[in-house]
Write a protein that binds this ligand. Structure first.
Ligand code: ATP
Ligand code: MG
Length: 165
């Protein structure tokens, strides 16, 4: 299915913005900052699965930022792929763990993670889904400062349209 990924990211972030303003989160100081693109970008994806990926990254950004902070979504259009990034100001991930978090059941700091719930499957599934769609997923992080997750996905150029003008 061909979907507008700009709209999908916008939609997911709006949903989380409503969530953090709901009673469950009252008192914690989270902010959602959208620095998306002003145009539609079409990607060929299974929409339910791609929403699941964005949900997990947003959910992690909140879950691993126990003191709140700003969660920023950015988009950047390159020659043949779109890059989506989600940055938080949370606890961060130690360098040595950065390549392991995409493995099944891997969770940084088991004791702390247990208190935060989850199974350690979210990112393994996310990686599988993104790669199935010809994309990549990776993370950059500084312990104690925050983490950025990146998704890159090939987009459909729609150049054929010119022929009809
Ligand atoms: P699940 O997503 O299955 O409910 P989970 O969130 O623990 O459980 P993943 O989403 O796969 O599992 O994340 C794996 C681990 O990576 C987490 O347990 C956490 O230690 C670390 N992690 C993921 N996102 C972040 C983040 N934004 N900041 C800090 N650590 C993170
Ligand atoms: Mg998760």
């Amino acid at each position: 299915e061909i979907v507008d990924i700009t709209e999908m990211v916008d939609h997911v972030m709006n949903r989380f913005e409503m969530l953090i303003h709901s009673t469950e989160y009252k008192g914690k100081d989270y902010q959602i900052n959208k620095m998306l693109i002003e145009e539609a970008i079409f990607v060929e994806v299974d929409p339910d699965r791609m929403i699941q990926v964005l949900d997990n990254i947003m959910n992690n950004a909140i879950k691993y930022s126990p003191d709140g902070g700003t969660i920023t979504g950015r988009m950047e259009k390159r020659a043949d792929r779109v890059i989506i990034s989600i940055t938080d100001e949370g606890m961060g991930i130690p360098k040595a763990d950065l390549y392991k978090i995409f493995s099944r059941f891997y969770r940084v700091d088991r004791a702390r993670s247990r208190a935060m719930g989850g199974s350690g499957l979210g990112l393994a599934i996310s990686k599988e889904v993104v790669e199935q769609h010809g994309g990549r997923i990776w993370a950059e992080s500084t312990e104690g400062k925050g983490t950025t997750f990146y998704l890159s996905l090939p987009y459909v150029p729609f150049e054929e349209e010119d022929e009809w003008v």
